[in-house]
Write a protein that binds this ligand. Structure first.
Ligand SMILES: [Mg+2]
Length: 408
């Protein structure tokens, strides 16, 4: 069955994007184990060589230095990532009309039959785009082309790095689904995976062939839609106007149990929200210069505060250091707090952040200041703050997060 008479969806995804951007500026790092994340104290992105040595995402820098002394460790350069990201977007819109920037290194686009005719074939079109990205910026992207957004996203993962996977008939789709573990399906959360596994669903293929009435009955609407999208039924459109990098704020909130009146525990909870929101902002290459935050007590009374940040940042340490005093003031003696939340405001693309007169913006990216601030926060509030968000997830935490990117 040929399916090229309808619109197709293209997904493009940068390979080890932050590291590839760094290597594009430093050819001497090519083929070497490289990681980005020095400024965060953990590995945020790794080259394939670093991964094969055993470096994993979130591994502390001190540990990497000790166990893998050959690894080249770099801080983030968000301006660079933002510039390359915008350049890739521009390449895509030069080929295709409807392009959606999904994250700093991911875009979706609609590929119409006329686009394919113009290029000669779907494969030629995708290769032209891939090669132009590589020749223009020295970074590689992996591409997936398929009948739906979720299938395209699945396809781009299958042959990384520098991959191109076209799912142009039912047989291609089935093979791709069989190769995709259920854990790797886009949009299936960690809590849903064990439930599906218990039902005997191990791969995306199993998922697609499970009776959909059952999926509809026992799971939320988005899971049901995922099943439809994976089976080739198109639910999600390319949102060409919504560039997530244009959003002005990012929020993260969470309810925790048991409620607590211990300011250290409450601040650790708030800090996890700050980490989350910052991670999200970094993923989009956005920075904020003002934050608002709240605590809500067990009687559902809100207390909120606001702080102007000393500079544009997406570094959780700087934000926590800034809000600390206001935070202490909004807590009322002994009251039990059940949830906290943070909103990063006035977001700007990192490459558009003005460099201030005294070079503070540049200095903030230097390691020493960030470590100093982090140590200061830890000394006051204990080791529980400023860990990676994933390591802090306790039992009984209920996330009411409201990231604007919730659509999948
Ligand atoms: Mg990527």
């Amino acid at each position: 069955m040929s399916i090229s008479s309808e619109n197709l969806f293209l997904h493009v995804d940068g390979d080890s994007f932050f590291v590839s951007c760094e290597v594009s500026q430093h050819p001497e790092y090519k083929g070497k184990p490289v990681i980005v994340g020095e400024d965060r104290g953990i590995a945020v992105a790794m080259s394939y060589e670093a991964k094969s040595l055993g470096v994993t995402r979130g591994m502390p820098i001190f540990k990497i230095k000790k166990e893998f002394p050959r690894v080249i460790i770099l801080p983030h350069h968000f301006d660079l990532y933002g510039r390359i990201s915008s350049g890739v977007y521009d390449i895509l819109v030069s080929y295709l009309e409807q392009v959606e920037q999904y994250s700093i290194d991911e875009c979706f686009a609609v590929v119409k039959p006329s686009d394919i005719r113009l290029a000669g074939s779907a494969e030629k079109l995708a290769n032209d785009i891939k090669n132009e990205i590589k020749n223009s910026f020295g970074v590689t992207y992996s591409l997936g082309l398929a009948r739906t957004k979720v299938l395209a996203k699945t396809a781009s993962k299958l042959n990384k790095p520098n991959g191109l996977v076209l799912l142009l008939d039912k047989k291609d789709e089935e093979e791709a689904l069989k190769k995709t573990e259920i854990d790797d399906v886009w949009g299936i959360g960690r809590r849903t995976v064990p439930r599906l596994r218990n039902m005997g669903i191990k791969t995306a293929y199993d998922f697609v062939h499970y009776p959909s009435e059952q999926i509809k009955k026992y799971f939320s609407e988005p899971i049901y839609i995922l099943q439809k999208e994976l089976s080739g039924e198109n639910f999600y459109e390319v949102d060409a106007d919504a560039d997530p990098r244009d959003q002005k704020s990012i929020q993260s909130t969470a309810t925790f149990r048991p409620s607590s009146s211990d300011s250290k525990i409450i601040f650790a909870e708030l800090s996890e929200n700050v980490e989350r929101a910052c991670e999200h902002a970094r993923g989009l290459g956005l920075m904020s210069n003002a934050v608002s935050f709240f605590v809500k007590n067990t009687d559902f009374a809100y207390r909120s505060g606001e702080s102007k940040l000393p500079l544009y940042t997406n570094n959780p340490s700087i934000i926590l250091n800034t809000i600390e005093n206001v935070f202490k003031k909004i807590l009322q003696n002994g009251e039990k707090i059940r949830s906290t939340g943070i909103t990063l405001q006035n977001l700007r693309r990192s490459e558009e952040v003005p460099r201030d007169l005294f070079g503070m913006q540049d200095k903030s990216e230097s390691k020493s200041i960030i470590e100093e601030v982090s140590d200061n926060i830890r000394a006051k509030f204990g080791q529980n703050v400023l860990k990676r968000a994933s390591s802090l997830k306790g039992e009984g935490r209920k996330r009411g997060n409201s990231f604007p990117l919730g659509k999948k």
